[in-house]
Design a protein. Structure first.
Length: 222
């Protein structure tokens, strides 16, 4: 369903991205922000799933700035490498890449953003710092609590796992207290519950979060 495209950011950097087009007229555009594992088969599958729901979905390869073509799995070595790449990356550069993807996705109409893991933090930052987005849906972004004071300027819905080893519920409550207008859902699941390739995958939670996300996008994007 999808194709590889190239994006040029405002600082001149070029990165690849995965683009999934809906079969008919798009309902709108959607930026899909990767986990620390790159734009791998799971992220491409997320794009394809949203395309099936009518959205032009684009996943920028944030790590191309550091190492082109990163596609990792979920074994301990993959996790270690992904964390190392994340530490070399920056939210500022990721937001430039999001903006470049938005320029393409906007041909479909309004644009939303969804992100997972590190990409969830990117999605939250985009909601507060970028113009032109209509909705944001971060999933278990570990860095959100540190920037919880950054107010989203668009409707935002966040998904968290109650048994997340890296995001304690105290962090979730901090976010809820700082931004009470943000819709926050929690699930009896673990970090990464949306990814069918991970041991933490929890289908009931993933399905419920997707249903809520689609309803949210229908309301704010199209």
């Amino acid at each position: 369903m999808g194709t590889q495209i190239e994006l040029t950011a405002s600082d001149g950097a070029t990165i690849s991205a995965y683009r999934a087009d809906p079969a008919g007229k798009p309902r709108g555009g959607l930026i899909v922000c990767q986990e620390i594992f790159g734009v791998n088969v799971h992220v491409r599958g997320v794009c394809d799933r949203y395309a099936q729901e009518g959205y032009l979905a684009i996943a920028p390869a944030f790590f191309d700035r550091i190492e082109p073509g990163v596609e990792l799995g979920y074994e301990p070595d993959d996790i270690a490498k992904g964390r190392g790449l994340m530490q070399k990356a920056s939210i500022d550069n990721a937001l430039k890449d999001v903006a470049a993807a938005m320029a393409v996705a906007s041909e479909a109409g309004k644009v939303g953003i969804v992100g997972y893991c590190w990409g969830g933090t990117v999605a939250w930052a985009a909601a507060g710092r970028l113009d032109g987005l209509s909705a944001a849906i971060p999933y278990y972004g570990g860095g959100i609590a540190a920037i919880a004071s950054q107010k989203p300027r668009i409707p935002t819905m966040a998904h968290f796992a109650e048994n997340d080893h890296s995001i304690p519920m105290t962090d979730v409550e901090k976010i809820r207290a700082a931004q009470p207008e943000v819709i926050i859902h929690t699930y009896v699941a673990s970090h990464g519950f949306n990814c069918e390739m991970r041991g933490a995958y929890d289908k009931p939670s993933a399905d419920l979060a997707l249903a809520r996300s689609l309803e949210f996008l229908r309301q704010h994007v199209g």
